[in-house]
Design a protein around this ligand. Structure first.
Ligand SMILES: C[S@@+](CC[C@H](N)C(=O)[O-])C[C@H]1O[C@@H](n2cnc3c(N)ncnc32)[C@H](O)[C@@H]1O
Length: 344
């Protein structure tokens, strides 16, 4: 029989005050729910009732005065219907920061129920479900991947929203793209990896219509907020989707833009072919990206740089030609970036 009363405890330290940490915790739990499925709904109350395929009861209680959030879950028809509890609380530390504590209890009684009578299973659960995932997540490789996603490859969170609302450092690239495309009211522009919609906002002032595609749901939401008027007027459509499988029919747009996205793509050739597929004959392509010599600088810092693809000017032009584009030319922008221009 498994020992009763085991607890998993995880503590995270933050320099944020408890009030700020509590606010951030709630926001991050909501984002995590959006990606991984609802574990921490934003309101107190039952999560789901027993039904085939989901035979358990769960309830969340949020106490914003005491900065704690509790999730109770009870199996139905096994483990003596014991209750497992996950309590997350934010407490002050001595330096004005916070300790974010997670304590999980009751899981051991479920592991120790009839089906899992072996004591070794208790440790098995703890290693498999808690220690190994945390160990994996804390490796340099995993943290590097996570940071790259969080800030650039699939932006998420408050800092990403602040950055991409108006990404100052990206304006030289935006201007180079707009100059090259010379959009007019007859154009239908596609921006791939539209982030917070700043380039779309500027492009729409030419009177064109536009479509923004991005695989970050949060960036699609931000683009929407930043371009409410154009969306309301039907001049801008925002679609979650990937550069490698654009959610558009063939021959749909007259121009395609990519700003500070191309070097992050895992399959750049595939993305170029997709851009060509959706462009009308003689449609224009404009891609602003980071050249190899700026690798490791603020334009492409680590750990993002090691996960990105850099091409010489010639390689970039050759790639576009190999994807079926004509007139592929790479020029340099004022900030040393690469501007690839081509026609379908
Ligand atoms: C560095 S941000 C640039 C955002 C915007 N173009 C700008 O310059 O502010 C890269 C954007 O491309 C998106 N992105 C990256 N890879 C993508 C892919 N394979 N498919 C769709 N979007 C992608 C990210 O979600 C992110 O919003």
């Amino acid at each position: 029989m498994a020992r009763r009363g085991s607890t998993v405890k995880v503590e995270v330290r933050s320099t944020a005050s408890p009030a700020v940490a509590w606010h951030q915790l709630r926001e991050e739990l909501a984002l995590s729910d959006a990606v991984h499925g609802a574990i921490w709904p934003g309101r107190s109350g039952p999560i789901h009732k027993p039904q085939p395929g989901s035979p358990s009861l769960a309830e969340v209680t949020i106490d914003s005065e005491r900065y704690q959030i509790r999730r109770l879950s009870r199996p139905v028809g096994w483990a003596g219907e014991t209750t497992s509890e996950v309590l997350i609380s934010v407490r002050p530390d001595r330096q004005g920061g916070s300790r974010i504590l997670l304590e999980a209890t009751g899981w051991d009684q479920m592991v120790g129920s009839e089906l899992g009578q072996e004591a070794g299973d208790l440790l098995g659960w703890a290693v498999d479900q808690v220690l190994a995932p945390i160990s994996r997540a804390a490796t340099a490789e995993a943290v590097g991947d996570w940071l790259t996603d969080r800030l650039a490859r699939r932006p998420q969170g408050g800092r990403a929203r602040r950055t991409y609302k108006n990404p100052q450092a990206h304006w030289p690239g935006f201007e180079a793209i707009l100059d090259l495309l010379a959009l007019s009211p007859t154009d239908r522009l596609l921006e791939v990896g539209c982030g917070g919609g700043a380039l779309l906002h500027a492009a729409l002032t030419t009177g064109c219509t536009a479509i923004g595609v991005d695989h970050s749901p949060e960036m699609i939401r931000l683009s929407h907020q930043q371009n409410l008027k154009a969306v309301g007027e039907g001049r801008l459509v925002l679609i979650p989707g990937s550069a490698e499988a654009l959610p558009l029919p063939a021959l749909w747009v007259t121009a395609v833009a990519m700003a500070t996205v191309f070097f992050l793509l895992p399959e750049p050739m595939c993305a170029l072919q997709e851009c060509r597929r959706v462009l009308r004959p003689r449609g224009r392509l404009a891609v602003f990206t980071i050249p190899p010599e700026l690798r490791g600088t603020p334009a492409a810092p680590e750990p993002m740089a090691s996960r990105a693809h850099f091409f010489t000017d010639q390689e970039l032009a050759d790639l576009a030609t190999a994807a079926g584009f004509s007139d592929a030319v790479v020029t340099r922008t004022a900030n040393g970036g690469q501007l690839l221009g081509a026609h379908r």
